[in-house]
Design a protein around this ligand. Structure first.
Ligand code: CUA
Length: 351
């Protein structure tokens, strides 16, 4: 039976209102149940957080294991249900005892052992295929409560950005993941990568994007109050575009923008923002919080939870705690309206 579901812009079925109760029509209950559960079931099928997007070689390897396991499990389930139904209805026959023993031995021991052995070998081969390379990592990711510090290794030194991971397609990027506070877990489902960020350890992962696009990244390990608000964006792009982007990120803030927004920069320094944030090309060189040199090149901030607009920036600066519980950034209450305008205009100009 084909079920047409309303679809959201990212292609996922949308949960809609369930129809009115209609006792006269047979099968309504089943349809109603389907209408409720189908969208829930299918909501994981696509979108920026789906690991079935096939955006990376590592995700494809996991997917190649997933489908045979899923269909294999479906066959085992159907066979088990069929046998159970048969057993309920069959008349006991003492003559069949040896056949039952054989069935238990094969179906309960031999076949499961063989299946698990095959899966173990396939899993080990998949692990070997996605094992990261030795040598220096191209990207170092620091997971912090509650944002992501992303540092690219370049010949001119590290280039640090926040909450955005850009990778060239068709190439394998080696990423070292670490944490200085608690355990987090770095995960871009569409690219197949998931690895824990553990204090005192450096864990390594390799990602090989095969498709261009924008994908969702999340923290996959409960790490405190704002764990669910620790998101980032992964962008996979052609190698030339990636190089151009990295080059632009390596540059200091545009001098003309600093000149035009000198008043906002003065507020930024005076209010103490520079103690935690860096804006390269200015006196602001804090390393506690995100590097804001090219903040306006991103479309969201505060680890993906807010769109980058002057209004959202003002709300965040005024009282970040109200938007992200236990956030380490202090509030700036009572900032004069004209100072806030100058400050947000300055931040919005950091392209
Ligand atoms: Cu970081 Cu959960």
């Amino acid at each position: 039976m084909k079920v047409d579901l309303p679809v959201t812009p990212d292609g996922c079925p949308e949960a809609g209102p369930v129809g009115k109760r209609d006792r006269a029509r047979p099968g309504t209950a089943a349809r109603r149940t389907g209408a409720v559960f189908f969208p829930v079931l299918l909501s994981g099928c696509t979108g920026p957080y789906s690991w079935l997007s096939g955006a990376g070689r590592e995700a494809e390897i996991a997917e190649a294991l997933f489908w045979p396991m899923l269909w294999g499990a479906a066959v085992v389930w159907a066979a088990t249900v069929a046998l159970a139904l048969y057993a309920f209805r069959a008349t006991p026959d003492p003559e069949s005892a040896p056949r039952i023993k054989r069935l238990i031995l094969w179906g309960g021991a031999a076949v499961p052992t063989a299946t698990v052995a095959v899966l173990l070998v396939a899993g080990l081969l998949a692990l070997r295929a996605i094992a990261p390379a030795d040598g220096a990592a191209q990207v170092r990711i620091g997971a912090e409560q509650w944002w992501w510090r992303v540092a690219y290794t370049t010949t001119e030194g590290p280039v640090t950005v926040a909450n955005e991971l850009r990778l060239p397609t068709g190439a394998t990027t080696t990423i070292d993941v670490a944490s200085d506070d608690v355990i987090h877990s770095f995960w871009v489902p569409a690219l197949g990568g998931k690895i824990d960020a553990i204090p005192g350890l450096v864990n390594r992962i390799s990602l090989t994007p095969v498709r261009e696009g924008e994908w969702g990244g999340i923290c996959a390990e409960f790490c405190g109050t704002a764990h669910a608000q620790m998101r980032f964006k992964a962008v996979t792009m052609p190698p030339e575009a990636f190089e151009a982007w990295l080059e632009a990120q390596a540059r200091p803030a545009e001098p003309s923008a600093l000149e035009i927004h000198a008043e906002g920069l003065a507020v930024f320094i005076r209010e103490g923002c520079a103690a935690c944030h860096a804006v390269r090309g200015t006196a602001a060189s804090g390393v506690v919080g995100p590097d804001l040199t090219h903040l306006a090149s991103r479309d969201r901030f505060a680890a993906g939870i807010l769109p980058l607009t002057p209004e959202a920036l003002a709300r965040w600066i005024d009282d970040p705690e109200s938007l992200k519980p236990d956030v380490q950034m202090p509030a700036t209450p009572g900032l004069a309206a004209e100072d806030m305008r100058a400050l947000t205009s300055f931040l919005m100009a950091l392209e």
